[in-house]
Write a protein that binds this ligand. Structure first.
Ligand code: PLP
Length: 432
């Protein structure tokens, strides 16, 4: 079968060529990268004059030992340090990829056996490359706005038409998606001149900025519609590990019988945002295209960062990792509770909100305020309180928006309380 086609366990053949932009389809493996990767998999007896790698003996760093809160230190002796300072495979350091694939299997157990994964420099790099792989100027792309401003920043310059699907505190509404899709006929989506959307993007847990989380049933309904209209689903899930209530709803990836889900994961919210580690998981022909793009741009995510985290994860094991996650969840749950209790105390009469079940954001609608942009930009600093005006998360940021986003990640409960006291004064002044 042609490399851009794949047969799923249900017997359905996915033709990925249909989804690729001309730029992505034209990507070819870098011959030098192939040789470098071949060399790194070969026995030490191989004498290679082929690679263009620099000699790490000339590098100034020798070794390192990084103390870890709950586990043995992560150490680099002279040999492992040389590896950490050297070029590495574009899809990721093999032992990190394997560890993550095992974790994905135990968490999501995707029914599609032809799923692959690569490491990216944060999930933002993965998202950006996925969109550039799939979105042409003029394409209709579905998403539930308000949405992550980093996604809008990636999609808007591609010249596509962003089509909003209504959502509420439980995320994208399947009936609204059905309504939007009714503009097209499922039997005509494969016609060359069809403008039917081929890509749907959503943040299924602890949405940024809304804090919304989707139920299993909503995901199943959305997946069925994606099947009916032969669309890909981009599941951007950096807040997956910050879900406060168990059991966690199954992911789109876990439902993906056809091979139409591309999932982006991130270590930013649970291990470090500065280390820049993310993962793209999805059908192999599409992950391969993302890797070709990485070959031509960053070449790979930092070897040092990957080896550092890989060693941590191997020291911890899956149990240790999940134990760490429990601690992180506990922290954010308490922060969420503190923010909600301060909101109840100060904002009840002047604003509305829904307590998020995941993530780190509270999405607040200010009563009697048509647009928060001016309020925040001109008046909030005077009152010494800062929030993000909701407009930046909208498809058209010039439309008035009565919402603000408050993060409960960094401030103490006392600071959140004082911030909401100041916000309530600000709203009252603006209302009068
Ligand atoms: N997706 C969403 C919804 C986010 O909120 C963020 C960061 O805030 C990202 C992706 C990017 O995260 P990173 O690149 O740090 O993994």
């Amino acid at each position: 079968m042609d490399a851009s086609k794949m047969q799923s366990p249900t017997g359905k053949t996915m033709n990925y060529a249909r989804f690729l932009t001309a730029v992505s389809a034209a990507r070819k493996p870098s011959p030098i990268r192939i040789l470098t990767e071949l060399q790194q998999r070969s026995p030490p007896s191989l004498i290679s004059l082929a690679g263009g790698s620099p000699n790490p003996d000339t590098f100034p760093f020798l070794s390192a030992s990084i103390q870890v809160k709950n586990g043995p230190p992560v150490t680099f002796d002279e040999t492992s340090m040389k590896r950490a300072l050297q070029y590495s495979a574009s899809n990721g350091i093999p032992e990190l990829v394997k560890w993550m694939k095992d974790l994905q299997r135990s968490l999501h157990n995707t029914p599609n056996p032809q799923t692959d994964m690569c490491v990216t420099t944060g999930s933002q790099e993965g998202l950006c490359k996925v969109f550039e792989m799939l979105v042409n100027p003029g394409d209709n792309v579905l998403l539930d706005a308000p949405t992550y401003s980093g996604t809008l920043a990636t999609l808007q310059p591609l010249g596509c038409n962003l089509v909003n699907v209504s959502s509420d505190e439980h995320g994208m509404i399947p009936e609204a998606l059905k309504e939007v899709l009714s503009r097209w006929c499922p039997s005509e989506v494969h016609k060359p001149d069809s403008r039917a959307p081929r890509v749907l993007y959503t943040i299924p847990n602890g949405g940024n900025p809304t804090g919304a989380s989707m139920s299993e049933q909503r995901k199943r309904d959305v997946y069925q519609l994606a099947r009916q209209y032969d669309m890909l689903i981009i599941e951007d899930d950096p807040y997956y590990f910050l879900q406060f209530d168990k059991p966690w709803a199954p992911t789109f990836l876990s439902m993906d019988v056809d091979g139409r889900v591309i999932r982006t994961d991130s270590f930013s919210k649970i291990l470090s945002s500065g280390l820049r580690l993310g993962f793209v998981t999805g059908p192999k022909p599409l992950v391969d295209r993302v890797v070709l793009h990485i070959q031509a741009s960053t070449m790979h995510t930092s070897s040092f960062t990957q080896l550092m985290v890989s060693q941590l994860l191997h020291n911890w094991g899956e149990q240790g990792f999940l134990q760490h996650i429990e601690g992180v969840i506990e922290f954010y749950r308490k922060q969420r509770d503190a923010m909600i209790s301060s909101a109840d105390k100060w904002l009840k009469d002047v604003a509305e909100w829904h307590a998020p079940k995941a993530g780190m954001f509270l999405w607040i609608k200010l009563k009697g305020i048509a647009d928060t942009q001016q309020l925040i930009q001109e008046k909030a600093l005077e009152k010494e309180v800062l929030l993000v005006p909701g407009g930046v998360f909208m498809i058209d940021s010039s439309e008035p928006c009565p919402y603000v986003r408050a993060a409960f990640s960094l401030s103490t409960p006392e600071q959140m309380d004082e911030a909401f006291r100041r916000l309530s004064l600000l709203i009252k002044e603006a209302q009068s």
